[in-house]
Write a protein that binds this ligand. Structure first.
Ligand code: TYM
Length: 334
Protein backbone atom coordinates (compact mmCIF):
# COMPACT_ATOMS: atom_id res chain seq x y z
CA UNK A 1 0.00 0.00 0.00
CA UNK A 2 1.19 3.51 -0.82
CA UNK A 3 -0.63 6.54 0.53
CA UNK A 4 -3.79 4.48 1.02
CA UNK A 5 -3.83 3.10 -2.55
CA UNK A 6 -2.94 -0.44 -3.56
CA UNK A 7 0.40 -0.54 -5.24
CA UNK A 8 1.88 -2.57 -8.10
CA UNK A 9 5.43 -3.09 -9.28
CA UNK A 10 6.94 -4.90 -12.23
CA UNK A 11 9.97 -4.68 -14.46
CA UNK A 12 11.82 -6.03 -17.46
CA UNK A 13 15.45 -6.38 -18.35
CA UNK A 14 16.81 -4.25 -21.13
CA UNK A 15 18.98 -7.06 -22.42
CA UNK A 16 18.42 -8.59 -25.84
CA UNK A 17 15.30 -7.91 -27.85
CA UNK A 18 11.97 -8.18 -26.12
CA UNK A 19 10.00 -11.22 -27.23
CA UNK A 20 6.36 -12.06 -27.71
CA UNK A 21 6.69 -14.02 -24.43
CA UNK A 22 7.53 -10.82 -22.55
CA UNK A 23 4.58 -9.11 -24.18
CA UNK A 24 1.90 -11.77 -23.72
CA UNK A 25 3.21 -12.97 -20.34
CA UNK A 26 3.63 -9.56 -18.77
CA UNK A 27 3.30 -6.27 -20.65
CA UNK A 28 -0.11 -6.94 -22.16
CA UNK A 29 -1.58 -7.54 -18.70
CA UNK A 30 -0.02 -4.42 -17.24
CA UNK A 31 -2.00 -2.03 -19.37
CA UNK A 32 -5.30 -2.77 -17.67
CA UNK A 33 -4.16 -2.30 -14.09
CA UNK A 34 -3.68 1.40 -13.46
CA UNK A 35 -7.25 2.10 -12.41
CA UNK A 36 -6.97 -0.17 -9.42
CA UNK A 37 -3.32 0.30 -8.45
CA UNK A 38 -0.59 2.90 -8.13
CA UNK A 39 1.67 1.38 -10.81
CA UNK A 40 5.47 1.36 -11.10
CA UNK A 41 7.13 -0.20 -14.15
CA UNK A 42 10.87 -0.22 -14.11
CA UNK A 43 13.50 -0.78 -16.79
CA UNK A 44 15.81 -2.93 -14.66
CA UNK A 45 19.15 -1.87 -16.13
CA UNK A 46 21.03 -2.78 -12.92
CA UNK A 47 19.91 -6.39 -13.25
CA UNK A 48 21.13 -6.38 -16.85
CA UNK A 49 24.81 -6.00 -15.96
CA UNK A 50 24.86 -9.38 -14.19
CA UNK A 51 25.64 -10.51 -17.75
CA UNK A 52 28.36 -8.58 -19.61
CA UNK A 53 26.85 -5.79 -21.75
CA UNK A 54 28.07 -3.42 -24.41
CA UNK A 55 27.53 0.02 -22.75
CA UNK A 56 26.22 1.90 -25.81
CA UNK A 57 23.95 -0.98 -26.70
CA UNK A 58 22.57 -1.25 -23.14
CA UNK A 59 21.77 2.47 -23.08
CA UNK A 60 19.98 2.22 -26.43
CA UNK A 61 17.98 -0.84 -25.44
CA UNK A 62 17.01 0.63 -22.08
CA UNK A 63 15.57 3.71 -23.76
CA UNK A 64 13.82 1.60 -26.36
CA UNK A 65 12.29 -0.55 -23.63
CA UNK A 66 10.88 2.53 -21.96
CA UNK A 67 9.34 3.55 -25.30
CA UNK A 68 7.91 0.06 -25.71
CA UNK A 69 6.21 0.44 -22.31
CA UNK A 70 4.56 3.64 -23.54
CA UNK A 71 3.77 2.22 -26.98
CA UNK A 72 2.12 -0.83 -25.41
CA UNK A 73 -0.38 1.54 -23.81
CA UNK A 74 1.10 2.44 -20.42
CA UNK A 75 0.14 6.08 -19.99
CA UNK A 76 3.17 7.77 -18.36
CA UNK A 77 0.87 10.19 -16.54
CA UNK A 78 -0.85 7.31 -14.79
CA UNK A 79 2.00 4.79 -14.54
CA UNK A 80 5.45 5.53 -13.22
CA UNK A 81 7.89 4.38 -15.94
CA UNK A 82 11.54 4.77 -15.00
CA UNK A 83 15.09 3.37 -15.00
CA UNK A 84 16.27 1.42 -11.97
CA UNK A 85 19.67 3.15 -12.13
CA UNK A 86 17.99 6.55 -11.65
CA UNK A 87 16.74 5.53 -8.20
CA UNK A 88 19.68 4.73 -5.95
CA UNK A 89 17.39 3.36 -3.24
CA UNK A 90 17.15 0.08 -5.22
CA UNK A 91 20.83 -0.71 -4.68
CA UNK A 92 20.79 0.57 -1.10
CA UNK A 93 17.85 -1.55 -0.03
CA UNK A 94 19.30 -4.53 -1.87
CA UNK A 95 22.44 -4.22 0.28
CA UNK A 96 20.42 -4.24 3.47
CA UNK A 97 18.30 -7.20 2.33
CA UNK A 98 21.47 -9.10 1.35
CA UNK A 99 22.25 -9.18 5.04
CA UNK A 100 18.94 -10.96 5.70
CA UNK A 101 19.20 -13.51 2.89
CA UNK A 102 20.83 -16.91 3.22
CA UNK A 103 23.32 -18.36 0.75
CA UNK A 104 21.28 -21.57 0.77
CA UNK A 105 18.12 -19.79 -0.41
CA UNK A 106 19.94 -18.14 -3.29
CA UNK A 107 21.65 -21.38 -4.30
CA UNK A 108 18.24 -22.94 -4.89
CA UNK A 109 17.09 -20.35 -7.46
CA UNK A 110 16.62 -22.09 -10.79
CA UNK A 111 17.31 -18.94 -12.81
CA UNK A 112 20.71 -18.63 -11.11
CA UNK A 113 21.52 -22.25 -11.89
CA UNK A 114 20.48 -21.81 -15.54
CA UNK A 115 22.35 -18.55 -16.05
CA UNK A 116 25.45 -19.78 -14.22
CA UNK A 117 25.56 -22.80 -16.51
CA UNK A 118 25.09 -20.63 -19.58
CA UNK A 119 27.72 -18.04 -18.56
CA UNK A 120 30.18 -20.32 -16.80
CA UNK A 121 33.05 -17.88 -17.41
CA UNK A 122 31.28 -15.07 -15.52
CA UNK A 123 29.44 -16.43 -12.47
CA UNK A 124 29.65 -13.13 -10.59
CA UNK A 125 28.30 -12.24 -7.15
CA UNK A 126 25.66 -10.00 -8.76
CA UNK A 127 24.22 -12.96 -10.64
CA UNK A 128 23.97 -14.81 -7.34
CA UNK A 129 22.27 -11.96 -5.45
CA UNK A 130 20.11 -10.95 -8.42
CA UNK A 131 16.88 -12.04 -6.64
CA UNK A 132 17.70 -9.81 -3.66
CA UNK A 133 17.82 -6.74 -5.90
CA UNK A 134 14.53 -7.88 -7.37
CA UNK A 135 13.06 -8.16 -3.86
CA UNK A 136 14.31 -4.64 -3.13
CA UNK A 137 12.60 -3.35 -6.30
CA UNK A 138 9.28 -4.73 -5.20
CA UNK A 139 9.46 -3.96 -1.48
CA UNK A 140 10.60 -0.36 -1.98
CA UNK A 141 7.23 0.41 -3.52
CA UNK A 142 5.25 -1.58 -0.95
CA UNK A 143 3.75 -3.52 -3.86
CA UNK A 144 0.59 -5.52 -3.23
CA UNK A 145 0.83 -7.25 -6.59
CA UNK A 146 3.57 -8.06 -9.07
CA UNK A 147 2.38 -9.05 -12.56
CA UNK A 148 4.90 -11.49 -14.09
CA UNK A 149 5.19 -14.63 -16.19
CA UNK A 150 5.52 -18.04 -14.51
CA UNK A 151 9.33 -18.03 -14.71
CA UNK A 152 9.51 -15.30 -12.04
CA UNK A 153 7.35 -17.11 -9.49
CA UNK A 154 10.27 -18.50 -7.50
CA UNK A 155 11.80 -15.02 -7.16
CA UNK A 156 8.48 -13.73 -5.92
CA UNK A 157 8.34 -16.41 -3.27
CA UNK A 158 11.80 -15.44 -2.06
CA UNK A 159 10.67 -11.79 -1.93
CA UNK A 160 7.72 -12.75 0.26
CA UNK A 161 9.98 -14.77 2.56
CA UNK A 162 12.41 -11.88 2.94
CA UNK A 163 9.61 -9.42 3.65
CA UNK A 164 8.09 -11.72 6.25
CA UNK A 165 11.47 -12.33 7.86
CA UNK A 166 12.17 -8.60 8.07
CA UNK A 167 8.71 -7.79 9.40
CA UNK A 168 9.01 -10.50 12.04
CA UNK A 169 12.10 -8.75 13.42
CA UNK A 170 11.19 -5.07 12.99
CA UNK A 171 7.38 -4.89 12.84
CA UNK A 172 5.20 -3.99 9.90
CA UNK A 173 7.71 -2.50 7.48
CA UNK A 174 6.92 -4.14 4.14
CA UNK A 175 3.71 -5.05 2.33
CA UNK A 176 3.76 -8.76 1.44
CA UNK A 177 3.38 -8.92 -2.35
CA UNK A 178 1.38 -11.43 -4.37
CA UNK A 179 2.35 -12.60 -7.85
CA UNK A 180 -0.22 -11.84 -10.53
CA UNK A 181 0.06 -14.39 -13.29
CA UNK A 182 -2.26 -14.05 -16.30
CA UNK A 183 -4.56 -16.94 -17.23
CA UNK A 184 -3.28 -17.07 -20.80
CA UNK A 185 0.21 -16.42 -22.10
CA UNK A 186 2.00 -16.88 -18.75
CA UNK A 187 4.50 -19.22 -20.39
CA UNK A 188 5.05 -18.84 -24.11
CA UNK A 189 7.40 -21.50 -25.47
CA UNK A 190 10.10 -21.42 -28.16
CA UNK A 191 8.79 -21.79 -31.73
CA UNK A 192 11.64 -24.18 -32.48
CA UNK A 193 11.55 -26.27 -29.30
CA UNK A 194 8.23 -26.16 -27.43
CA UNK A 195 9.81 -27.74 -24.34
CA UNK A 196 11.82 -24.52 -23.75
CA UNK A 197 10.44 -21.07 -22.89
CA UNK A 198 10.67 -18.36 -25.52
CA UNK A 199 13.66 -16.32 -24.44
CA UNK A 200 15.44 -13.11 -25.41
CA UNK A 201 18.74 -14.92 -25.13
CA UNK A 202 17.94 -17.84 -27.45
CA UNK A 203 20.66 -18.15 -30.06
CA UNK A 204 18.27 -19.26 -32.78
CA UNK A 205 16.38 -16.16 -34.02
CA UNK A 206 13.61 -18.37 -35.44
CA UNK A 207 12.79 -19.57 -31.93
CA UNK A 208 11.42 -16.19 -30.82
CA UNK A 209 9.18 -13.49 -32.18
CA UNK A 210 10.78 -10.16 -31.30
CA UNK A 211 8.44 -7.27 -30.64
CA UNK A 212 10.12 -5.23 -33.34
CA UNK A 213 10.20 -7.97 -36.03
CA UNK A 214 8.59 -6.78 -39.26
CA UNK A 215 5.34 -8.42 -40.42
CA UNK A 216 6.98 -10.64 -43.08
CA UNK A 217 9.48 -11.98 -40.57
CA UNK A 218 6.71 -12.71 -38.07
CA UNK A 219 4.65 -14.65 -40.62
CA UNK A 220 7.74 -16.55 -41.83
CA UNK A 221 8.72 -17.55 -38.27
CA UNK A 222 5.23 -18.88 -37.57
CA UNK A 223 5.19 -20.82 -40.83
CA UNK A 224 8.47 -22.43 -39.77
CA UNK A 225 7.32 -23.12 -36.21
CA UNK A 226 7.92 -26.70 -35.13
CA UNK A 227 4.62 -28.55 -34.85
CA UNK A 228 3.71 -32.10 -34.01
CA UNK A 229 2.75 -35.09 -36.09
CA UNK A 230 -0.88 -35.16 -37.19
CA UNK A 231 -2.88 -32.27 -38.61
CA UNK A 232 -5.64 -31.46 -36.12
CA UNK A 233 -5.67 -28.19 -34.21
CA UNK A 234 -6.50 -29.59 -30.76
CA UNK A 235 -5.13 -28.77 -27.30
CA UNK A 236 -3.57 -32.07 -26.26
CA UNK A 237 -0.70 -33.17 -24.02
CA UNK A 238 1.09 -34.89 -26.93
CA UNK A 239 0.95 -31.73 -29.07
CA UNK A 240 3.20 -29.19 -27.29
CA UNK A 241 3.95 -27.25 -30.49
CA UNK A 242 0.30 -26.77 -31.43
CA UNK A 243 -0.62 -26.07 -27.80
CA UNK A 244 1.91 -23.24 -27.70
CA UNK A 245 0.54 -21.75 -30.93
CA UNK A 246 -2.98 -22.04 -29.53
CA UNK A 247 -1.88 -20.23 -26.36
CA UNK A 248 -0.38 -17.46 -28.46
CA UNK A 249 -3.50 -17.18 -30.62
CA UNK A 250 -5.71 -17.16 -27.52
CA UNK A 251 -3.65 -14.48 -25.77
CA UNK A 252 -3.25 -12.34 -28.89
CA UNK A 253 -6.84 -12.52 -30.09
CA UNK A 254 -8.81 -12.87 -26.84
CA UNK A 255 -10.35 -16.21 -27.90
CA UNK A 256 -10.82 -19.31 -25.78
CA UNK A 257 -9.19 -22.65 -26.60
CA UNK A 258 -12.62 -24.17 -27.37
CA UNK A 259 -13.40 -21.37 -29.82
CA UNK A 260 -10.05 -21.91 -31.54
CA UNK A 261 -10.59 -25.68 -31.84
CA UNK A 262 -13.98 -25.00 -33.42
CA UNK A 263 -12.63 -22.31 -35.76
CA UNK A 264 -9.93 -24.63 -37.15
CA UNK A 265 -11.86 -27.87 -37.15
CA UNK A 266 -10.80 -29.70 -40.35
CA UNK A 267 -8.53 -26.87 -41.58
CA UNK A 268 -5.01 -28.19 -40.85
CA UNK A 269 -1.77 -26.74 -39.47
CA UNK A 270 -0.82 -24.58 -42.45
CA UNK A 271 -3.89 -22.36 -42.28
CA UNK A 272 -3.71 -22.23 -38.50
CA UNK A 273 -0.07 -21.09 -38.43
CA UNK A 274 -0.85 -18.31 -40.88
CA UNK A 275 -3.78 -17.14 -38.76
CA UNK A 276 -1.59 -17.05 -35.63
CA UNK A 277 1.03 -15.02 -37.53
CA UNK A 278 -1.60 -12.54 -38.73
CA UNK A 279 -3.10 -12.17 -35.24
CA UNK A 280 0.34 -11.39 -33.82
CA UNK A 281 1.12 -8.90 -36.60
CA UNK A 282 -2.16 -7.12 -35.89
CA UNK A 283 -1.18 -6.49 -32.26
CA UNK A 284 2.51 -5.74 -32.85
CA UNK A 285 2.22 -3.43 -35.86
CA UNK A 286 0.53 -0.56 -33.96
CA UNK A 287 3.07 -0.93 -31.15
CA UNK A 288 5.95 -0.73 -33.62
CA UNK A 289 4.49 2.36 -35.31
CA UNK A 290 4.19 4.06 -31.95
CA UNK A 291 7.80 3.20 -30.99
CA UNK A 292 8.95 4.69 -34.32
CA UNK A 293 6.99 7.87 -33.54
CA UNK A 294 8.43 8.13 -30.02
CA UNK A 295 11.99 7.61 -31.32
CA UNK A 296 11.56 10.94 -33.09
CA UNK A 297 10.09 12.78 -30.12
CA UNK A 298 13.15 13.12 -27.91
CA UNK A 299 11.86 16.03 -25.81
CA UNK A 300 8.64 14.22 -24.88
CA UNK A 301 10.43 11.02 -23.85
CA UNK A 302 13.09 12.96 -21.91
CA UNK A 303 10.33 14.81 -20.04
CA UNK A 304 8.74 11.52 -19.02
CA UNK A 305 12.07 10.11 -17.85
CA UNK A 306 12.75 13.19 -15.71
CA UNK A 307 9.30 13.45 -14.11
CA UNK A 308 8.87 9.75 -13.44
CA UNK A 309 12.36 9.34 -11.92
CA UNK A 310 11.44 12.09 -9.48
CA UNK A 311 8.21 10.37 -8.52
CA UNK A 312 9.90 6.96 -8.15
CA UNK A 313 12.66 8.48 -5.99
CA UNK A 314 10.12 10.09 -3.70
CA UNK A 315 8.31 6.84 -2.88
CA UNK A 316 11.44 4.68 -2.84
CA UNK A 317 13.27 6.98 -0.42
CA UNK A 318 10.31 7.01 1.91
CA UNK A 319 10.55 3.22 2.35
CA UNK A 320 14.35 3.25 2.43
CA UNK A 321 14.48 5.83 5.25
CA UNK A 322 12.06 3.75 7.28
CA UNK A 323 14.17 0.61 6.79
CA UNK A 324 17.41 2.44 7.60
CA UNK A 325 15.90 3.65 10.86
CA UNK A 326 14.65 0.18 11.75
CA UNK A 327 18.04 -1.47 11.30
CA UNK A 328 19.74 1.19 13.41
CA UNK A 329 21.49 3.57 11.00
CA UNK A 330 22.06 7.04 12.52
CA UNK A 331 19.55 9.77 11.81
CA UNK A 332 20.35 12.37 9.15
CA UNK A 333 21.08 15.81 10.60
CA UNK A 334 19.48 18.62 8.60
P1 TYM B 1 12.54 -10.63 -17.89
O1 TYM B 1 13.12 -9.34 -18.38
O2 TYM B 1 13.27 -11.88 -18.19
O3 TYM B 1 11.08 -10.79 -18.41
C1 TYM B 1 10.11 -9.75 -18.29
C2 TYM B 1 8.73 -10.35 -18.05
O4 TYM B 1 8.36 -11.23 -19.11
C3 TYM B 1 7.97 -12.49 -18.59
N1 TYM B 1 8.37 -13.54 -19.56
C4 TYM B 1 7.53 -14.44 -20.10
N2 TYM B 1 6.21 -14.65 -19.96
C5 TYM B 1 5.65 -15.63 -20.69
N3 TYM B 1 6.33 -16.43 -21.53
C6 TYM B 1 7.67 -16.27 -21.71
N4 TYM B 1 8.32 -17.05 -22.57
C7 TYM B 1 8.33 -15.24 -20.97
N5 TYM B 1 9.61 -14.81 -20.91
C8 TYM B 1 9.62 -13.77 -20.03
C9 TYM B 1 8.71 -12.61 -17.27
O5 TYM B 1 8.07 -13.52 -16.39
C10 TYM B 1 8.66 -11.19 -16.76
O6 TYM B 1 7.44 -10.93 -16.11
N6 TYM B 1 13.85 -10.62 -13.07
C11 TYM B 1 12.89 -10.10 -14.03
C12 TYM B 1 12.86 -8.59 -14.08
C13 TYM B 1 12.60 -7.94 -12.77
C14 TYM B 1 11.35 -7.87 -12.09
C15 TYM B 1 11.61 -7.15 -10.90
C16 TYM B 1 10.08 -8.36 -12.38
C17 TYM B 1 13.53 -7.29 -12.01
N7 TYM B 1 12.91 -6.80 -10.88
C18 TYM B 1 10.58 -6.91 -9.98
C19 TYM B 1 9.06 -8.10 -11.47
C20 TYM B 1 9.32 -7.39 -10.29
C21 TYM B 1 13.27 -10.60 -15.41
O7 TYM B 1 14.40 -10.94 -15.67
O8 TYM B 1 12.28 -10.53 -16.31
Amino acid sequence: MLDGKKSLFSGMQATGNLTLGNYLGALKNWVTLNEEYECFYCVVDEHSITIRQDPAELRKRARRLLMIYIAAGLDPEKNCLYYQSHVSAHAELAWILNCYTYMGELSRMTQFKDKAAKHADNVNAGLFTYPVLMAADILLFQADVVPVGIDQKQHLELTRNLAERFNAIYGDVFTIPDAYIGKVGAKIMSLQDPSKKMSKSDENPNASIYLLDDPDTIIRKFKRAVTDSGSEVVYREDKPGIRNLMDIYAAAGGKTIEEIEKEFDGRGYGEFKLAVGEAVVSILKPLQDEVARLEKDKAYVDGIIRANAEKANYYANKTLRKVQKKVGFPERIR
